[in-house]
Every structure is written in C-alpha cells, then in structure tokens.
Write a protein of this length. Structure first.
Length: 238
C-alpha cells in the first residue's frame, strides 16, 4: 500500500517506521520541512493519507485530501467543532475519513471498560467521578482528545453527569478533568470513582508512541479497503 504522511514529527516518523516494517511504501511526506505537496506526484500515488499535525492545520489538510479523493486517517485532536462538516463529506460527497482520538488498541479497550464501569455506577450515587490526564509538554490541546472521549463515554452512561470541565470546582453534573503536562510523557489517563469508604480507579499508561503508530497504520490498512466515516469501533468490531 502507498501511504502519504501529513505531518512528519515524532509521530510521523514512528508511523513511517512501522509502515515500512509492514511492507508499505511512503510516497509523500507533507510537512513544513518537506518539499512534498498535495499537488505532487507522491501524494497522487498514495492509496491513503495519515494525518498527525496541529489542531489549527488539520481541517484544511482534510479538505486538501478530499479535493483529490484521498481517504484520510487522522489522529489530530482539538479541531472537533468541525467534525459535522467532515461527516457530511463522507455521507453525502463519497469521501472516506477514519478518526480516532487515540489509535492505541489498549486505549480503545480502556474506552469500553470505562463505558461499562459508568453503566455499573449509574445506580450507585455514593461515588463521585473525576479524571486525570498527563501528556508531554509539546501537546497543544487540553484536555487531551482521549480524555474527552473518556468523559463522553461516562456522560453517555452515567445519568447524573451532563458535561465535563477543567475548572477546580465543577458543578454537580460535571466531570472534573485535571490535565498535566510533564516532560516527554506519551499519555496517561485515569478515571477515579471516589466515595467515603473506598475508591475505584481504572488507569491506562502508554509506554511509548509505538502503540499509537501501529494503530494508525492498522487503521490505514482498514481505510484503504472501506468507505465512509470510520473509527476504531468499526475496525476492532466493538
């Protein structure tokens, strides 16, 4: 499979390494430091594009891909206010887009555990839920897309919560998310249910970017064979 990389930072380089190990070819690397462009022969030869850039650049990158009818796999977070426009492109204009706030298979299992725990807690009102997330100091958005996905999973399944906040003193119907930025931490997420008598914690800690990169390449392989608006649930059959 021919892959175009949009963004060639640490994640892009890790994705390239795994893609090559799996027998794929990188035909273009579109980045501020690269001479490759969306109009170049390398991008034209790609079967799918994998996009990991910045929130302010992501949407325009998707538009450029769609202009050329290229399927896109993206892990960029912080731009989700325009997600409905991307869904419209897939549902009504024949485009293909695979999005995940986190491509780690382990994190996506964690998402499902989080939803199930929220369901179990729905009738147990003695527990207050909160969240913590920690990432490297270079991460631009806060809280992380993964933390937001976790919060949304709780909100969907826990009737007493209708939103999330980073404020120190949340309302009763809000989940407090504390975001920390430390050194080169690839990603730590913790969901805490606390009561007067005990505490229940579920926790995921990434050891490196490798799990994210492998998931992105697996998603690209899946996207090249499928159409529409796709996600990890489609690929992993959750």
């Amino acid at each position: 499979m021919n892959i175009a990389l949009i963004g060639y930072g640490k994640m892009g380089k890790e994705i390239e390494k795994i893609a090559l190990e799996r027998g794929h070819t990188i035909t273009a690397k579109i980045d501020m430091q690269s001479e490759d462009t969306f109009d170049g022969e390398g991008f034209a030869a790609a079967d799918v594009a994998i996009e990991f850039t910045m929130p302010e650049a992501a949407y325009n990158n998707f538009v450029e891909c769609f202009k050329r009818n290229k399927p896109v796999v993206s892990g960029t977070t912080g731009w989700l206010d325009k997600m409905s426009e991307i869904q419209d492109q897939c549902e009504n204009k024949g485009q293909t887009f695979f999005y995940a706030s986190n491509f780690s298979v382990g994190v996506n299992i964690f998402f499902e555990i989080n939803k199930k725990l929220a369901q179990l807690m729905n009738g147990v009102t003695d527990y207050e839920v909160s969240m913590e997330e920690t990432h490297h100091i270079h991460k631009k958005d806060s809280p992380s897309g993964t933390a937001i996905t976790l919060a949304e999973g709780i909100i969907e399944n826990l009737d007493r919560k209708q939103g999330w906040t980073e404020e120190q003193f949340p309302n009763d119907n809000e989940i407090q998310i504390e975001a920390f930025r430390r050194e080169e931490v690839p990603g730590i997420h913790t969901v805490i249910y606390d009561s007067e008598v005990d505490e229940i914690i579920i926790h995921h800690s990434a050891k490196s970017r490798k799990g994210f990169a492998l998931g992105a390449v697996l998603a690209a392989e899946f996207t090249a064979k499928n159409k529409g608006f796709l996600g990890m649930g489609d690929m992993l059959k959750f």
